[in-house]
Design a protein. Structure first.
Length: 336
């Protein structure tokens, strides 16, 4: 129990003094260090410390609540109607000439993670007349060595497997055309007649700092846009000073296709790369078939770690073509 003297001292604490330790605070923290094995005592000490600074803690909680409410407001009340966005940016195409093939990548012999096998199967169920090809690491390297030998040295020189995976998908789309999609994408409907058949398309990112992603891409075969992408990857290959995740994004990931998109649109303004709106192709997946733990983690990533783009109400699935569950499994090996 806190004495009346301690309570009066706590009441005199000012908001702006939060974080400054007086002798009593230092005593509490020192006692905690000396009794870490006694969790009950530690909890009591921390409770006392937080109570002494309750005004500042309450202020922080109010600030966090305001941020959450702001994001909820932006998501629900300021987003465009997803069906209107769909018709404006990706209207239906009759007799599409886009090659009917879906490309995905996965190591040979490695079992699918939880849920991925179900998402993988849904592509077959919703697109029964489309070829579905799963590329292994060996098949991707064979493709580069046989059809694009000029890039093989750069390809083999990448320090991380995800870089080779990123690079290979651009060569796959150049040779075969069709659709490339990450393994953590789940289709909700057959959207083939919504995809442009005369130019590449890249999915818009829901991160505000990232215009597009390479998680969902489409293209007719032999399109010159990919030659520009390879040139950028080759020019950037000497950069090795970034951290692994940032290096991957810069050398072979979304930053490469975004740079290529900007340059291509300047070179060919009459046939720009199509950007698939996130309202339809990559709406936030919060609250859709996720546990409460996953929901809390996802909310933290999207609401606080980085600002995100308004991509439509998360519980409104009208005119939503697919869901990107965003497992970011590729970052695991880079953090090890």
């Amino acid at each position: 129990m806190l004495s009346s003297r301690n309570l009066s001292t706590a009441r005199r604490g000012s908001w702006w003094k939060f974080g400054k330790l007086d002798n009593k605070d230092k005593g509490i923290l020192e006692s905690w260090k000396q009794s870490t094995m006694n969790w009950k005592h530690s909890a009591a000490l921390w409770t006392r410390y937080i109570w002494r600074r309750r005004r500042a803690v309450l202020g922080i909680l109010i600030l966090v609540l305001c941020i959450v409410l702001l994001h909820v407001y932006r998501t629900i009340f300021t987003s465009q109607d997803p069906c209107l966005v769909l018709e404006q940016h990706t209207p239906r195409i009759k007799n599409s000439r886009l090659p009917k093939i879906i490309h995905q990548q996965w190591p040979r012999g490695k079992p699918f993670p939880k849920h991925s096998s179900r998402w993988f199967q849904k592509w077959n169920e919703l697109f029964p007349d489309v070829e579905h090809r799963l590329w292994s690491d060996e098949e991707m390297r064979e493709l580069i060595a046989k059809d694009f030998p000029f890039f093989l040295k750069t390809y083999d020189g990448y320090p991380h497997a995800i870089m080779r995976v990123d690079a290979a998908r651009t060569f796959i789309l150049y040779k075969y055309g069709g659709v490339y999609v990450d393994m953590d994408y789940e289709p909700l409907t057959n959207f083939w007649d919504r995809l442009p058949d005369d130019r590449p398309s890249l999915v818009q990112s829901y991160w505000s700092h990232e215009p597009v992603q390479n998680s969902l891409m489409t293209s007719p075969p032999n399109h010159a846009f990919w030659n520009l992408t390879w040139q950028i990857m080759t020019d950037r290959d000497k950069e090795k000073t970034l951290k692994p995740i940032e290096l991957t994004l810069y050398l072979t990931g979304p930053m490469v296709v975004e740079t290529a998109r900007v340059q291509w649109d300047l070179l060919s303004p009459d046939h720009p790369v199509t950007v698939l709106p996130c309202e339809n192709w990559q709406r936030l997946s919060i609250g859709y078939q996720h546990s409460w733990g996953e929901l809390a983690s996802r909310a933290w990533q999207l609401g606080f770690a980085r600002a995100y783009r308004v991509c439509g109400p998360v519980y409104d699935h009208r005119c939503q073509m697919c869901i990107h569950h965003g497992t970011t499994a590729w970052t695991g090996p880079l953090k090890a």
